[in-house]
Write a protein that binds this ligand. Structure first.
Ligand code: ATP
Ligand code: MG
Length: 334
């Protein structure tokens, strides 16, 4: 049987949370089902996105896959190795960054020393480790910081060196928990391109990544699992997920002259029209079917158009439709 590089079957995990200060009598314990019978399989060479709001269970799944947390039930295998029973072999098969994981490098050492150290730990000889470390620092645009201590790095630089650390062993499977969180938009973009073009396309890695940015999941993933409250609520390609959203397309037209709804009334295929100050939004199941008629009608009435945009459903729309709330609506109680 061809084994999936990442295989997760019926994984569940509960945590006990204590509320209130440890010095108070009014402490109260509460269990949270962080993961509830999660199933997923990642194919070789695929980028698999796990998309969900805060507290959905993403990091918990990543911690189970990376052998940091032991599940209560279920089986998870990395490269065919059981993460509980064969954790040593499983660990040798992946590189990973874990949420808020800037701490996984040694702050008293330089970026270069850190990467060489981890390279040596993964069995590279001195020369190989140094060569790979230099190469990765360059890829992460950290060359000029290579000999500075990590404690002096900014948060984003620590994230980058942590990302480089996950690549040092050249493992076939990569697990990234919120890889672009805290990075400036331009480097976040470069990193997404690097993940897609270099790690997936050139090097053929199998990648599982978590994110709560729908655009990131959309851009990177071959398949996406939507996770909420510890449960996978949908699993599909980004395109199919978006197709399933019953939300219609919206044509947004900005005009120099105002006009009444009646102008467009007799065009079939228009579901709703909303007037705003200087633009209108036309809801339709398919913008391409009505676009020409809308333009002709406006021309007929001598209404000048300044701009036209078609908004298609996003993964966030899909998420809202499936869960009733947005990706940025936190589940966490404060
Ligand atoms: N060590 C722990 N002890 C108690 N509860 C925990 C622990 N780790 C996670 N949890 C709880 O489990 C749930 C899932 O948390 P998890 O960190 O997996 O979510 P997440 O999807 O990664 O969220 P985020 O987007 O904020 O990183 C949350 O309710 C969280 O508070
Ligand atoms: Mg997390």
């Amino acid at each position: 049987m061809q084994e999936f590089p990442i295989y997760v079957s019926k994984i569940s995990k509960k945590f006990v949370k204590t509320r209130g200060s440890r010095f108070k009598r009014s402490r109260e314990k509460k269990t949270v089902q962080a993961l509830d019978k999660v199933d997923l399989q990642v194919h070789k060479g695929e980028i698999f996105g796990l998309l969900g709001p805060n507290g959905a269970g993403k990091t918990t799944l990543v911690k189970i896959l990376t052998t940091i947390v032991i599940p209560d039930h279920g089986i998870a295998r990395i490269n065919g190795f059981d993460v509980v029973k064969e954790s040593r072999q499983a660990r040798a098969s992946f590189g990973a960054t874990i949420g808020g994981g800037e701490r996984s490098t040694y702050w008293k050492m330089t970026g270069l020393e850190n990467l060489i150290f981890f390279g040596r730990m993964y069995g590279l000889n001195k020369k190989e480790a140094k060569k790979r470390a230099i190469h990765l620092l360059e890829q992460m645009q950290l060359t000029d910081k290579a000999t500075e201590r990590v404690e002096n790095y900014s948060t984003g630089m620590k994230m980058k060196v942590n990302f480089a650390r996950s690549l040092i062993s050249n493992a076939p499977i990569l697990i990234f928990d919120e890889p672009t969180l805290g990075l400036d938009p331009s480097f976040a973009r470069d990193l997404r391109l690097y993940i897609k073009n270099v790690l997936q396309k050139e090097e053929g890695k199998t990648i599982l990544l978590t994110t709560h940015y729908m655009a990131e999941a959309d851009q990177l993933s071959d398949r996406v699992a939507l996770i909420d409250n510890g449960k996978i609520i949908d699993l599909s390609t980004p395109e199919q997920l978006k197709l399933r959203v019953k939300e219609q397309e919206v044509i947004k037209i900005k005009t120099s002259d105002s006009f009444s709804y009646g102008t467009l009334e007799d065009i079939s295929g228009i579901l709703e029209v909303h007037h705003h100050d200087d633009y209108i939004r036309i809801h339709t199941p398919d913008s391409s079917q009505i676009m020409l008629s809308v333009l002709e009608k406006l021309k007929e009435k001598d209404i000048r158009i300044q701009s036209i945009d078609v908004e298609t459903p996003t993964l966030e729309d899909a998420f809202i439709q499936l869960t009733g709330r947005g990706l940025t609506d936190s589940k966490e109680e404060v």
